[in-house]
Design a protein around this ligand. Structure first.
Ligand SMILES: [Zn+2]
Length: 247
């Protein structure tokens, strides 16, 4: 049984690290970007979420956010997020490295979360650097378009997520590689690993000797490097692993 094998590996790990992607949040109603019904089938990412397009016309971004943002704000952690938080609380998981920007790992109780693509829970003014919660900005989109900075009045408010054309936050990338290189078990969950350099993180772990577990709905390019491959939903698979490992 592959779930048993995964539980045995994680249960005996000295330092297990998880890398999570959009698949983990899909079950919370956060739409994935690629694939069937993905956001990018509806919106052109280059127009909506590239830094150049954003700087030229922040309103276009915030119009989409007004239409779509409520969904993301209302999302709650699912059984997959909660299982990862439970593994950390029981000392079975050292950290979560995530490609997600929705904050749902933290909402589920995960303490050490490395956000490779930033956080969608905060908005930053590119003119003065002031920050405020995304929920505050989202709440005034109906009456203020584009939204203005509460500190300086500029209309250059940008969520602290990594847009197309922007580099990933160097500190987060460094921490992710450091975690990967000292991990003895790397658990890849809900990501097809096509986005580099995030996809390099599990590779770094494997190179440093980690054993790899892949839990994803579809096959990934890394399956052949994995000791355990489970094709299933993280919200189903992870709680079973937690149960098998026990308290
Ligand atoms: Zn400002």
């Amino acid at each position: 049984m592959t779930v048993d094998a995964a539980a045995t590996l994680i249960g005996s790990a000295r330092s297990a690290v998880a890398l999570t992607g959009a698949g983990v949040s899909a079950e919370s109603g956060i739409p994935t970007f690629r694939g069937e019904g993905g956001l990018w089938t509806k919106y052109d990412p280059v127009k909506v979420s590239s830094i150049d397009a954003f700087l030229a016309d922040p309103t276009a971004y915030w119009e989409v956010a007004r239409e779509r943002g409520g969904l993301a704000q209302a999302a709650r952690p699912n059984a997959g997020h909660e299982a990862l938080a439970a593994l950390e609380a029981r000392g079975r998981l050292h950290a979560v490295v995530t490609q997600n920007t929705d904050g749902l790992h933290q909402a589920a109780g995960s303490k050490r979360v490395v956000e490779l693509h930033g956080s969608g829970r905060t908005v930053e003014c590119l003119a003065c650097g002031a920050r405020e919660p995304r929920s505050d900005v989202q709440a005034r989109l109906e009456v203020e378009m584009p939204p203005r900075c509460r500190t300086c009045g500029a209309t250059l408010l940008k969520p602290t997520v990594v847009f197309f054309g922007q580099a990933m936050p160097p500190a987060a990338v460094r921490e992710a590689y450091a975690l990967a290189e000292q991990a003895d078990v790397m658990v890849v969950v809900g990501t097809s690993l096509v986005v580099y350099p995030a996809a390099d993180v599990p590779l770094a772990a494997v190179r440093a000797g980690a054993r790899l577990i892949v839990i994803n709905a579809e096959p990934t390019p890394f399956d052949r490097l994995a000791e355990v491959v489970i094709h299933g939903r993280s919200g189903d698979v992870l709680p079973r692993i937690v149960d098998l490992i026990g308290g």
